[in-house]
Design a protein around this ligand. Structure first.
Ligand SMILES: Cc1ncc(COP(=O)(O)O)c(C=O)c1O
Length: 405
């Protein structure tokens, strides 16, 4: 039963949020959102926050980019959901698949659209099993791929797996960035899934030789290499896809978050002969009602145009360089290390307490940021790539002051 006795509407909404919206932690951010545009989120008290998380890797072109909003409105006026995925020819979906084929590395020419990242991971794992006829998977300690059963099964933190076991059997765990361990990948493995830069694992960037060595090993044993670029995709790391930093082409590329420009959309993209496995034996064995929703695809197309026209990948590279250099100057007793690729930056603190204090100070001073899921000593910075010079300077000033406090 809902409690509507409180006269203060803001307090009422907060109470209803805590009571009726399933809580996922004892400490939600509980920001009362009024609106968002560019790199700024305003709360219902009129307070502006610079969003250094981009809604966790979504708002690469900024919140509510006018071109994305226009595309959403125009598509919504034309048609919403018409038919389940894969049956009808819907122009926004086809055009986005065509653009992804042009932009993705190698021969990754065929896209299966989903609603989310975890769903895209599920699809990639199923595709790999069916295509290879093998049942094993290899994944990396510290990796994060989503919270559905399959995606959780290849998630690299036992703390989050344990309460939901039994999960998928036959997952082999490898240490991240350890070339020696790659020998454990053998011909029982259908797919190896990896984030080229681990996000929730604490912004971990592998050594230059690691991903090329992983590519070679997968090719040797006939395992598919799946790159989860849900967080690293769409310019975030200073390349359109992080795979380009290492000139490695995966067999399947998993995308979501920024793909939809703020609308829910995920995808896995692969070579035609691999993706063809989903159309037969039996047909319709992997389908979705809303995957590749026309409004989400229209938003994704508009966001992609903005990303390319405004050269945001380059901006991520330049700003990322500037931020990591600046923040590295603050390394000391509390801040132990700074690492990053483009505008995906990790600040490693000495202990969880310092990390929390830092996050709280920043929030009180108008910055949205947080620590990563698997490493509570690392703050991840992933601001919108459209951050202006003034916003960038303001963010750095607040971060530096909080580090000095
Ligand atoms: C690397 C990575 N893969 C997959 C996912 C899951 O995506 P979604 O939350 O859209 O299911 C996430 C979400 O944070 C992610 O960071």
């Amino acid at each position: 039963m809902s409690d509507r006795a409180t006269p203060d509407p803001a307090a009422d909404l907060r109470a209803a949020f805590l009571r009726h919206v399933c809580q996922t932690s004892p400490e939600p951010l509980a920001l009362e959102v009024a609106r968002a545009a560019g790199a700024t989120v305003w709360d219902t008290h009129g307070r502006a926050y610079l969003d250094l998380l981009s809604g966790i890797g979504v708002a690469n072109v900024g919140h509510a980019h006018p071109a994305v909003v226009r595309a959403v409105q125009e598509q919504a006026a034309r048609y919403l959901h018409v038919m389940v995925y894969g049956e009808a020819i819907e122009a926004p979906q086809v055009e986005l698949a065509r653009r992804l084929a042009e932009l993705a590395p190698g021969e990754l020419d065929v896209t299966f659209f989903t609603n989310s990242g975890a769903e895209a991971v599920e699809g990639a794992l199923k595709t790999a099993r069916k295509f290879t006829g093998r049942d094993g998977f290899a994944a990396f300690e510290g990796g994060f791929h989503g919270d559905t059963f399959g995606a959780l099964s290849v998630g690299g933190n036992p703390v989050y797996r344990r309460p939901f076991e039994p999960l998928l059997p036959g997952v082999r765990w490898l240490p991240f960035d350890d070339q020696e361990a790659l020998r454990q990948i053998d011909d029982s493995i259908a797919a190896v899934i990896i984030e080229p830069v681990q996000g929730e694992g604490g912004v971990r960037i592998p050594h230059p030789e690691f991903l090329p060595a992983l590519r070679r090993r997968c090719t040797e044993v006939g395992a598919l290499l799946v790159f989860d670029e849900v967080i690293t995709g769409f310019g975030r790391t200073g390349k359109l896809f992080a795979a380009e930093h290492w000139s490695v082409t995966p067999d399947l590329l998993v995308l979501a978050k920024a793909l939809g420009g703020g609308m829910p959309l995920g995808a896995f993209v692969g070579r035609p002969e691999i993706m063809a496995t989903l159309s037969h034996d039996p047909p319709l064995a992997h389908v979705t009602t809303f995957g590749g929703h026309p409004v989400s695809c229209a938003a994704g197309l508009a966001a992609l145009d903005v990303l390319l026209q405004e050269r945001l990948t380059e901006r991520a590279r330049q700003l990322g360089q500037q931020w990591t250099t600046h923040l590295a100057g603050c390394v000391g007793k509390r801040l132990r290390a700074v690492r990053g690729k483009g505008l995906l930056i990790g600040l490693e603190f000495a202990d969880p307490d310092s990390t929390r204090r830092f996050a709280r100070t920043c929030f009180a001073n108008g910055l949205i940021l947080n620590w990563t899921l698997h490493l509570d000593t690392v703050i991840r910075l992933a601001p919108p790539l459209v951050l202006t010079e003034e916003e960038s300077a303001r963010a750095l000033a607040i971060l530096s002051a909080a580090l000095a406090a």
